[in-house]
Write a protein that binds this ligand. Structure first.
Ligand code: DI6
Ligand code: FE
Length: 400
C-alpha cells in the first residue's frame, strides 16, 4: 500500500517560521512517498490506510547534512598528532601535507574502494537519522579523479536510500603539478566543469577562498564558470581569515557560505540581502582548536538562516555525527536547541536548494525519524548517544 498513517506520535513539525511545532498526540499520512496530511490524531482523515502506532515516541523530519567531503582515501591522524605538538593546520598544508596528502591517496584509489569507504560513512550518518547529504569532490584536483569522486557521490545516491547532492569543489587546493600557477589551475578547473555538468554529475559548485586556498579573484572566475552553466554556487568562506568571500558569493546568489568564523558585518548584510544560508561547522572549529567563533548573534539579528553540518573530512573534521554537531553548535556557539534543529533540517535543506524537505508538513517528502526521546531538545542536550530508533526515506522504512 502506498498510503499509510502514523498515529499517536509526538510530532516536532518545525512547520512554522519559529517554535517546535509540537503535536502531542499527532498523526501523519504518507501517500506515495510524500506527507499528505499532518495534524492531531483525533482529526486524522478517515481513509483506508495501513496504520502504525508510534506509542507516543518523538517523530521529526529526517536530518540533512549540508556539508560533507565524504569521498576520499587515506587517513590524516598523524597530522592530528603534529597539531597537538604545536604545528598549525596552515603550516602542515604549506609543507605539502593537509588536503594534498589526501589528494595523493585519493588519486591512487579506484572507484570501488572510494565508493565502499564513502558508503560506510554515509551509513553511519543514516544511523543517526540523516536522510539527505551533500557530498563534495575536491580531493582529486585533476579532471579524471574529480569526475571519479563525483561519480561515487552519484552512486551513493543511487545505491543507498538517502538523497545525495553533489558539489564540484575542484577549487579546494592547488595540486602540486600546478605549484606557482594557481591561475592556470583555475582555468583548467573551470574547463572541467562543463563536462562534469554534461555528465549530470554536479548540483552545485564550491571553492575554498582563503590564504591557503584561492583568492577572491580566482573564486570569482569559478563562480562565473558555474553561472555560465546555470549551476548554483556555495563557498568555504572566512574560515581561517577574512577574504570577504561571503560578500562575493552573495553577489552570485550563493545557496550558502560555510564556516564563517571571520565573517564581518558587511558579509552578514550581503548574505541577508541574497538569502544565503550560513552553514556553521563546529567540528572543524573544535578539531583545529580554533578560538574565534562565527558571529552567531549578528547572523541571528540579521535573520540569516543558520545551518549546522559535519564538514566530514579526514583533515579538519573527521566526524560522522550530525547530532554531536548540533550539541556543539549550542555549547560552543550558543545556538538554541531549536536553532540547532532547524539548522540540521529545514535550513540545511535550503542550503542545498531543496524546498521539499526539512519539515513535517503536507507536500514535503516523507523523510522521517522516530527517536527514543520525548522532546527534540533532549536529543541536542545529550551527546555521544544515538537515540535514533527508526528511519523512513521517501516513506520507505530503511535499515541503516
Ligand atoms: N575547509 C575545511 O575545513 C576542509 N576543506 C576546507 O576547505 C578541510 C579539508 C582537509 O583538511 O582535508
Ligand atoms: Fe568543508
Amino acid at each position: 500500500m502506498t498510503r499509510w498513517l502514523l498515529r499517536h506520535g509526538r510530532l516536532a513539525t518545525l512547520a512554522g517560521d519559529a517554535g517546535w511545532g509540537l503535536l502531542d498526540d499527532g498523526a501523519l499520512l504518507v501517500d506515495d512517498g510524500c506527507i499528505a496530511w499532518v495534524g492531531p490524531d483525533a482529526q486524522r482523515p478517515g481513509l483506508d490506510a495501513e496504520e502504525t502506532d508510534l506509542q507516543g515516541a518523538l517523530l521529526t523530519p529526517g536530518l540533512v547534512d549540508a556539508h560533507t567531503h565524504l569521498v576520499y582515501a587515506g587517513d590524516r591522524a598523524a597530522e592530528f598528532e603534529l597539531r597537538l605538538q604545536g604545528a598549525s593546520y596552515e603550516q602542515i598544508a604549506r609543507a605539502g601535507g593537509g588536503i594534498r596528502s589526501t589528494v595523493s591517496a585519493t588519486r591512487a584509489a579506484d572507484e570501488a574502494a572510494l565508493f565502499d569507504a564513502a558508503a560506510a560513512r554515509a551509513r553511519a550518518l543514516l544511523r543517526e537519522g540523516v536522510t539527505t547529504i551533500e557530498v563534495k569532490s575536491g580531493y582529486g584536483l585533476d579532471e579524471a579523479t574529480e569526475a571519479r569522486c563525483l561519480r561515487v557521490a552519484r552512486r551513493l545516491g543511487a545505491e543507498l536510500p538517502i538523497t545525495v547532492r553533489s558539489t564540484s569543489l575542484a577549487a579546494h587546493a592547488l595540486p602540486p603539478e600546478y605549484a606557482g600557477r594557481a591561475d592556470d589551475y583555475i582555468d583548467a578547473a573551470c574547463g572541467w566543469l562543463a563536462a562534469q555538468h554534461a555528465a549530470g554529475l554536479v548540483d552545485a559548485v564550491d571553492a575554498f577562498c582563503d590564504t591557503i586556498g584561492f583568492t577572491p579573484a580566482q573564486t570569482e572566475r569559478v563562480f562565473r564558470a558555474a553561472r555560465a552553466l546555470g549551476l548554483p554556487v556555495k563557498l568555504h568562506a572566512e574560515q581561517l581569515s577574512n577574504q570577504h568571500g561571503a560578500a562575493l558569493a552573495a553577489r552570485f546568489g550563493a545557496l550558502s557560505c560555510d564556516h564563517l568564523e571571520h565573517l564581518d558585518a558587511d558579509g552578514i548584510a550581503a548574505m541577508r540581502a541574497a538569502g544565503t544560508v550560513a552553514v556553521l561547522l563546529p567540528g572543524a572549529f573544535y578539531f583545529l582548536r580554533e578560538t574565534r567563533p562565527p558571529p552567531v548573534a549578528g547572523l541571528r539579528a540579521a535573520g540569516v538562516p543558520m545551518a549546522v553540518a559535519t564538514d566530514h573530512n579526514p583533515g579538519s573534521s573527521p566526524c560522522l555525527s550530525l547530532l554531536l554537531m548540533m550539541n556543539m553548535a549550542c555549547t560552543l556557539w550558543r545556538l538554541t536547541p531549536e536553532e540547532a534543529w532547524r539548522g540540521a533540517t529545514v535550513h540545511a535543506a535550503r542550503a542545498l536548494g531543496l524546498a521539499d524537505r526539512g519539515r513535517l508538513a503536507a507536500g514535503q517528502r516523507a523523510d522521517l525519524v522516530l527517536w527514543d526521546a520525548t522532546h527534540p531538545r533532549e536529543i541536542v542536550a545529550r551527546f555521544g548517544h544515538n537515540p535514533c530508533r527508526r528511519v523512513w526515506c521517501a516513506g520507505v522504512e530503511v535499515a541503516p
